[in-house]
Write a protein that binds this ligand. Structure first.
Ligand SMILES: C[S@@+](CC[C@H](N)C(=O)[O-])C[C@H]1O[C@@H](n2cnc3c(N)ncnc32)[C@H](O)[C@@H]1O
Length: 245
């Protein structure tokens, strides 16, 4: 089965590295099957749905204020004409529409896992991301067409593209079947509320520093105990806030 991800943006070229590189790239190009489906990513250039002479997609805000606001009618056409009507969807009900915005649920590992398993792995609905620009989007479009809002942190980006890439890169890891070794996402930082233990590889000696002895002796139980205590040690040093939970 094909699982389509639609990205409505003014800058489709932003996404090239995500789609070309690494495991996420393979997954999003459909070269790494999930247990149930293959991903396909499609772009809609919002500007193609402009009806103005200079192909603008924004206008000044009612009530005044700085900057410009993306028009609801143009975004509606990009979504309804560009996705629903042009690609055989029965209705908007077959799509899950996401807007990235500072007002959204703040992204973290737990939210990424939920998104990967509930939204990206949904058996019936494809996913649409709307990338905002300028001062954002006319509220009437958001009210009528957006199902969920996500923020990647308490700061302001100049556009939603980097937020969408962050979401996809971190959530696709949780789609069943995408990571070859399921244990690799389970062993990563945040999964047990701690950050990851230190990692070492060859050479065994580097600028006078050795690899911890315990990792060299092959004693599995002792290695696990060492990893656990190192996770706690590093979390105390670097992310003491995590220990409060
Ligand atoms: C310059 S921002 C608009 C900020 C908006 N005027 C505000 O104060 O909330 C342009 C676009 O970037 C995206 N964006 C900005 N910050 C974001 C964040 N922290 N998380 C996700 N998307 C963000 C949104 O799509 C937003 O519409």
């Amino acid at each position: 089965m094909i699982k389509r991800i639609w990205i409505l943006t003014l800058f489709p070229e932003f996404f090239r590295p995500l789609l070309e590189c690494g495991i996420s790239g393979q997954a999003l190009r459909g070269e790494r099957n999930s247990d149930e489906f293959k991903f396909e990513v499609h772009f809609i250039n919002i500007r193609d749905y402009s009806t103005t002479k200079y192909r603008s997609v924004d206008d000044s805000p009612y009530g005044g204020g700085p900057g410009m606001v993306m028009r609801a009618d143009i975004l509606r056409d990009a979504l309804v004409k560009g996705v629903v009507e042009s690609h055989g969807y029965e209705s908007l009900e077959k799509l899950h529409v996401i807007y990235t915005s500072p007002r959204g649920v703040v992204w973290n590992n737990k939210v990424a896992r939920d998104f990967g398993t509930r939204v990206l792995s949904h058996p019936e609905k494809d996913v649409v991301f709307i990338c905002g620009r300028y001062e954002g989007i006319d509220e009437r479009f958001l009210e009528k067409y957006v199902d969920e809002f996500y923020s990647i942190g308490d700061f302001v980006l100049t556009g939603g593209e980097i937020a969408v890439m962050t979401m996809l890169d971190s959530a696709v890891r949780f789609v069943p079947g995408i990571l070859g070794n399921k244990l690799s996402s389970e062993a990563d930082s945040f999964e047990d509320g701690l950050i990851e233990h230190p990692q070492y590889t060859k050479p065994a000696e580097f600028e006078g520093m050795s690899v911890p002895e315990v990792l060299m002796n092959g004693h599995h139980k002792k290695i696990l105990e060492w990893q656990r205590s190192e996770k706690e040690r590093l979390t105390k040093i670097h992310r003491p806030d995590l220990l409060k939970d």
